[in-house]
Unconditional design. Sequence first.
Length: 683
Amino acid sequence: MSLKTVTYSEDFLDKLKTLRSQEISPSSESPSFLMGARDREVDAIAILARRVENMAASGSGVSLFDLERVLGRNDLLPVNFLHRGTLAARAVCRIWVGDLFGSNGSWGTGFLVSPRLLITNNHVIPSLDEAIRAAAQFGYEMDINGRPREGKSFQLTPQDAFITDPELDFTLVAVAETSEDGEASLSDYGFLRLDPTLHKIEPAEFVTIIQHPDGQPKQIAIRENKVLKIGDNQDTLKDNFLWYASDTAPGSSGSPALNDNWQVVAVHHKSVVESRTRDGIEEIQLTNGEWVPKQEAENLRESQIKWIANQGVRTSRILAKVNTVQAQQDGSASALVQALLEDAKGIRVFPGTTPRESVVSPATSTPISTEEEISLEKRKPRRPKSGDRPSADGSVRPVSYYAGRKGYDPNFLKVTIPLPELTPAALAFGAVAPVKGTRDNILHYTHFSIALCETRRLAFYTAVNIDGKQWIGLGRGKDEWFLDPRIARELQVGNSFYGNEPGGNFFDRGHLVRRQDPIWGTQNEASLANIDTFHFTNCAPQYFQFNQSEQLWQGLENFILTNTDQEDLLATVFTGPIFQRDDIVHRGVQVPRFFWKVVAVVDRDGKLYSSAYVVSQEKFVDDIPFERRPVGEFNNFQVSVTSLETRTGLKFTDEVRQADVYTGPASGTGLRGFGDIEHPRRS
């Protein structure tokens, strides 16, 4: 055994040992040491909001139990934690690096972070030569009956992509698309998406490590590793790492360290041993309390060594370094690495995947059964359900499928809030699209409703009711989008716009009613609501992940809702695009540059609060093949409800206007982060 140690100050080691022995509370009373070099002055509620936003974006869903767990009040996990963990484990492999003669070598762990790229430690694969001699074996694990499965071996292809950094101790390398025996595809294993945002985890939360220790079959340390510290404001090098305690033997080099939502928060790097220097000799402490010279300890079993913490390289730091290296390579830059960076930034996500969803499983994967062995064979395509009519532009269900949909409830908050009125200023952009079987031409779905603009073929507005007390966490399912048969086909923007674009698909199907918002009530109601959000009437072209650093657009509702009374949370959210005459036309669709949102909540005393926001999506990559660049700079604003009415041509009720918490200038207040938002604080 070779002990890989790193030099730390006595004070630093004492703090790690102290934190490891304590139950840490990430409250505002926690020592500033816990914050590392990250924004120490950031509002604690803003940090919580960003954690919740990261949880929601991961794809695992967010419930009241999740919020209680983050706040340290509950340790329960949803059952889908196990399902998603099994899917996450598919992307983890053991790595063999042979010597020059092929007779000896060393083992490590790695995992896929894109459809073709794998990451591990630099000390596992330190150079191009080692990468050429290395191989990645996926699926080497015990099956459900305890029998070993050999899995499939894939050659690495560093000629396609190779970046390594000894300081951050990572290597990013391409993998062949087909296994050495030609029987398996790399796409069978999915990947773990790297997310550059901060606050995916906080001190006192736990990480899970999926690993191949010493080349053994795949193993997992589930939530055995408490996060002790993230970054270090006193040391630039140490600020790249996070530390977590472990009740198990040290994990394997290159393993993913994942939070409870299976987001990669770090790449396992090395372990910290209990050490001291005595009479000029470095000594290591054993589990029996004895101190021995480091050289002697290297010949002992790992289980005999006293380990006080594990160290991982932070995901955000790795992506920042990869971005720097890629920019320096100019004409020799790898297309595979560029795709990884664009996906991480939200510029252009990998085809067929959901932005920021942490575990990207094979498109053909099926739910895991504990009654049968799960093979990695490709599944048969889904057969259309009875009544579904496949279409090149999206599937279509019969009109009867929508019978009984009540849609948005104006009395949901116990204060009557009808749907906004469309004034002549709004209708100047087009009439409301006719809806079969209705008089008001409103599309009703489960817990939400939509009014569609006939000429723009996008929603004037969406309106959804949210009941936090009855919320049910559900996954995205197959992510299949549908045309609505109640509206003429030619009035809907379908797959022909979002897919099959020469040079790449530049626009995502951006949910207007967030998928998570209406999934409450009975299991049947929640399931219908989940599916209902996947209608083309409920999406708009979005060509950038809004405000990468703060995630304002995707996080606004989470932020507002987590700052109301969770026990009796009731909320209504209105969302839509802002139509403008000079919106750029792309493939026959005028793409909106701005989106708006109005959030209305009631506290436990029944008091109504409202707030309004405008977010611009005017920033995009420079090299897209348009005749002129359709986008400019980002702007995120909190505005008054009255100001928003002027910009959209919508008219809300007096109750909504009077409940507005905004007190800033009429032009709106630019938002740098959640701390700038005016909102009703938790009582």
